[in-house]
Ligand binder design. Structure first.
Ligand code: RM4
Ligand code: MN
Ligand code: MN
Length: 397
C-alpha cells in the first residue's frame, strides 16, 4: 500500500480515551490505589491531555456523568477545562446503575420511580452533551434479572423500547445515540440488552440517530466479533467500539494483550467495507473502555493506543486486490495468506515515520516515561488527597 495513503488513514484514526481509565478502580474484592491516579475530572482531563500529547491521536475523552459531573457544576466549565488540557469532551455516558433506586434495573425496572429517575438522568445527560459540544450519547444498561421468573422479560423489553424512543426524540440533530450490549453482569440470569441483535432492534426502532456500540469484551466465548462488525457495517448500524481485551468475560484487559489477531480481523472488515463495499466508515467512534488495576494508568493507555494503531495499520496493509482475486478463484490458501502477510508485517517503523511527519516523539511510551510526569503528579496528587483528608474514591469500573 502507498505510504501516503496509509498515513492518510492513520490521520483519520482517532481513539477516545475514557475518564474512568485514569482513576483508581478495582474489583469487587477491593482496590489497589496508585499515587498518580486521578481523583477529579480536572486530573482525568490532564492525564488524557498527556496521552493525546504523546500519541497525537486521542483528542477526545469519554465521560461518565455521575463520576465526572457534580450537581451545580456548569458543564461548559468542564468543556473549558478539557480545552485547556488540549482535548475535548467526547461521548457522554449516563450512569444508569449504582444508585439504590436501580436495584431492579433502570428503565426496565418494574419500579416506576426507578424508570422515571433514569428517564430524567438521560435527558440531563443530553443537555450536558449539548453544553460540552459532544455529539455522542453512549448508553449502557446494567438492567437484567438474577432469577428465573423474577420479572416479565417481555414487559421489560417494552419498557426499554419506550425509553429509547423517548430519548431519541430528545436528541438534537447531529447527535448519535449509541446502544451498547453485554451478555451478563451485573445481572446473572438475563440481561435486557444482551447481544448485538437486541441492540440492533432497539436502535433501529428508536430512530435513525441510534446505532449499535460494540464493546469487544462483551461477548460470550467464541463469538465471531468481526462477523458482527461486517454485518452491522453493511446495515449502516455500526456506531462505534469500546476497545479492550478479555480472556474470560468482561475483563477490561489491555487491548491486544490476549488476542491481537482478533482486533486485526475487526479492522480488516472495516477496511474491507470502506475499500471494497464503498461504505462510509468515517463516523465510527473508536473508544477505549478499560480500567487498569495493576498497570500505571497513563502508561497503559498509551500502550493501548499504540497497539490499536499498529493493528489498524497492519489490517490496512492487506492486499485487497490479491485477496479478491484469490476469493474469486476460491483459492482458500492464497486468500488466507493475504491476511497472514499483513499481520506479520512489522509496522512500527511506518508508525515512527508517521509520527515524525506530525512532529511527534517517535516512541510515545518511552518519551512519556522520560518526561517524569507519573512521579511528579504522584507526589502532587498524594499531597492534595492528604490536604483534603480524603482517601482516593472511585468506581469499580
Ligand atoms: C460496563 C460497560 C460500559 C461502561 C461501564 C463502566 O461494563 O462496558 O460501557 O460504561 O462498564
Ligand atoms: Mn463498554
Ligand atoms: Mn464492560
Amino acid at each position: 500500500m502507498d505510504r501516503d495513503k496509509l498515513f492518510g488513514l492513520l490521520d483519520q484514526f482517532e481513539i477516545e480515551t475514557p475518564s474512568w481509565g485514569y482513576a483508581d478502580t478495582g474489583t469487587r474484592f477491593g482496590k489497589f490505589l496508585q499515587p498518580a491516579a486521578a481523583s477529579t475530572i480536572g486530573q482525568k482531563l490532564q492525564d488524557a491531555g498527556v496521552v493525546n500529547k504523546f500519541t497525537g491521536c486521542c483528542p477526545t475523552v469519554a465521560v461518565h456523568v455521575l463520576w465526572d459531573f457534580s450537581m451545580g457544576v456548569d458543564a461548559t466549565e468542564t468543556a473549558k477545562l478539557a480545552r485547556q488540557n488540549g482535548v475535548r469532551i467526547g461521548s457522554v455516558n449516563p450512569t444508569l446503575f449504582q444508585d439504590q433506586i436501580y436495584k431492579y434495573g433502570s428503565v426496565c425496572s418494574p419500579d416506576e420511580r426507578a424508570a422515571q429517575h433514569a428517564q430524567r438522568h438521560v435527558l440531563d445527560s443530553i443537555h450536558i452533551a449539548k453544553a460540552v459540544g459532544s455529539n455522542l450519547l453512549s448508553l449502557w444498561f446494567a438492567d437484567g434479572t438474577n432469577y428465573p421468573g423474577q420479572d416479565d422479560i417481555t414487559l421489560r423489553k417494552h419498557r426499554m423500547h419506550g425509553a429509547l424512543r423517548h430519548w431519541h426524540d430528545a436528541l438534537p440533530p447531529g447527535m448519535t445515540m449509541l446502544v451498547e450490549y453485554k451478555p451478563f453482569e451485573p445481572a446473572f440470569y438475563h440481561t435486557d440488552v444482551a447481544d448485538w441483535g437486541m441492540a440492533y432492534v432497539f436502535a433501529k426502532d428508536a430512530g435513525p440517530q441510534a446505532k449499535v456500540l460494540v464493546d469487544t469484551g462483551h461477548h460470550l466465548q467464541g463469538a465471531n466479533i468481526e462477523h458482527i462488525v461486517a454485518f452491522l457495517l453493511d446495515e449502516d448500524m455500526l456506531g462505534g467500539f469500546h476497545f479492550n481485551d478479555r480472556k474470560y468475560a468482561d475483563d477490561d484487559l489491555t487491548l491486544g494483550s490476549i488476542d491481537p489477531h482478533a482486533l486485526f480481523r475487526i479492522f480488516h472488515e472495516i477496511h474491507n467495507a470502506r475499500e471494497i463495499h464503498e461504505r462510509d466508515v468515517s463516523r465510527i467512534a473508536y473508544m477505549i473502555d478499560q480500567s487498569h488495576n495493576l498497570k500505571p494508568k497513563v502508561e497503559a493507555m498509551i500502550q493501548s493506543v499504540v497497539t490499536a494503531q499498529e493493528l489498524f495499520a497492519k489490517a490496512a496493509l492487506v492486499d485487497r486486490k490479491k485477496l479478491r482475486d484469490a476469493q474469486a478463484r476460491t483459492n482458500v490458501v492464497d486468500a488466507e495468506e493475504c491476511l497472514k502477510e499483513a499481520f506479520a508485517t512489522d509496522v512500527r517503523p511506518l508508525l515512527a515515520e508517521w509520527r515524525k511527519r506530525k512532529g511527534l516523539e517517535l516512541d510515545p511510551l518511552a518519551a512519556y516515561r522520560a518526561s517524569g510526569y507519573e512521579a511528579r503528579v504522584g507526589r502532587e496528587r498524594e499531597a492534595e488527597r492528604a490536604d483534603r483528608g480524603t482517601t482516593a474514591n472511585a468506581s469499580y469500573a
